[in-house]
Structure formats: structure tokens, C-alpha cells
Ligand binder design. Structure first.
Ligand code: GRF
Length: 209
């Protein structure tokens, strides 16, 4: 695959700083991929604005227009299939993808989560970490499977938790690392460097494309 031919679909719901990191890393030449489409379930997601500014195609799918979750997921899948994306990146996408979607894109959906999984899956993760009293937290890029926040781990980064932290300050510190490891993990997939066995991801030497 030649540089930039690898097509990504990004799913968003919110402010899109991870999307921005992906865009910036593509622009600075460290990620050899192209964002084919940014899909959102929220019309006013700032992430859509970030994509439009860069001339990236955006699609808003309104969940209320569909009979149920399955139908919504099918519409999402159609948009991604129409653009023949090689990888689906969840970047602050706040809906859970159903099993039908996951099976259709098996091994091709990844997510970034703001904790060191398997610690603190779900929501309000930074608060969970503070309440538990951990001294380190971080973020995880993982493959998405049918269980929430439980797929094979691709990359993680660690940050210290300071006694003075609140959920916001901890989130900010983690976010800096998210923006580094998410594009890096995508580039590893572009280079076909990941091998999964018994849910364990190992790294191969770069395979010529
Ligand atoms: C990030 O903390 C990410 O780990 C989590 O949702 C947040 C999205 O932030 N899945 P942004 O929309 O990328 O700024």
C-alpha cells in the first residue's frame, strides 16, 4: 500500500482533540494515511468543525432518524463501506457499537480510552482513578471487540496522579499522551506491524508495503 492510500474513518461525538491529533500527525508526515470520512452522532460536535476546516468529508447521522441501535449501526457501516475504509477509529465516540457492526469490521476498529485498561473502563474514568487512589493512570489504544473497553491492547502510556489533581487536571495530563499514542498506534497498523495471538498484541518489524 503506498503512502496515504490507507483510508481511515473516524467516529466522533464531541470536541475532537484526538481527531485533531490524527489530522496533525498526517500533516506532519508521521502518519501515512488519509481520513476518508468523519462520522458523528452529534450534529454540533466540534470535531466536525475541525474536519471541515481541513476539507475532510463529514457525515452527521441522527440517531433519532433510525428505528433502533441496529439500524443506526447499519447506516454507519454503509457510510464506512461506501468509502472502503481500512480502519475505523473511535475518537470520543460516545455510543456503544453493536455486535453486528463489530463482526462486520472485525479487527478493524480501534479506540482510545483515558485509563490504563483493564483498570477503570466505562465513563467518568479520571474520577474513578482519583477515587480509587491510584498513583499512576494513563491511556490505552485497543482493538474494539463486543465487550466495552476490553479488546486487545495496542499501546499504553502512563502519567502520574498528583495529590492535588482533580478530574480535569488529570484528564489534561492524560490527553497529552492520548494525542501521541493514538496516531502512533494507527501508523503501526498502516505498517502492518501488529500481530494478535490469544488477545495479546505483539509488534513486528515494519513489513514492506
Ligand atoms: C478522550 O479522553 C478519549 O480517550 C475518550 O474520549 C475523549 C475524547 O476526547 N474516549 P476528544 O473528543 O478526542 O477531545
Amino acid at each position: 500500500m503506498t503512502s496515504g492510500n490507507f483510508k481511515i474513518g473516524v467516529l466522533v461525538s464531541g470536541r475532537g482533540t484526538n481527531l485533531q491529533a490524527i489530522i496533525d500527525t498526517i500533516e506532519n508526515g508521521e502518519l501515512n494515511a488519509r481520513i476518508a470520512v468523519v462520522l458523528s452522532n452529534k450534529k454540533d460536535a466540534l470535531a466536525l468543525e475541525r474536519a471541515r476546516k481541513k476539507g475532510i468529508e463529514t457525515v452527521f447521522l441522527d440517531p433519532r432518524q433510525y428505528a433502533g441501535k441496529k439500524e443506526f449501526d447499519r447506516a454507519l457501516a454503509r457510510e464506512l463501506e461506501a468509502r472502503q475504509v481500512d480502519l475505523v477509529c473511535l475518537a470520543g465516540y460516545m455510543r456503544i457499537l453493536g455486535p453486528e457492526f463489530i463482526r462486520k469490521f472485525e479487527g478493524k476498529v480501534i479506540n482510545i480510552h483515558p485509563s490504563l485498561l483493564p483498570a477503570f473502563p466505562g465513563l467518568d474514568v479520571q474520577q474513578q482513578a482519583l477515587d480509587y487512589g491510584v498513583k499512576f493512570s494513563g491511556c490505552t489504544v485497543h482493538f474494539v471487540n463486543e465487550e466495552v473497553d476490553a479488546g486487545p491492547v495496542i499501546l499504553q502510556a502512563v502519567v502520574p496522579v498528583h495529590p492535588s489533581d482533580n478530574a480535569e487536571t488529570l484528564a489534561e495530563r492524560i490527553l497529552i499522551q492520548e494525542h501521541l499514542i493514538y496516531p502512533r498506534a494507527i501508523q503501526m497498523i498502516v505498517e502492518n506491524r501488529l500481530h494478535i495471538e490469544n488477545r495479546k498484541v505483539s509488534y513486528k518489524e515494519s513489513v514492506s508495503q
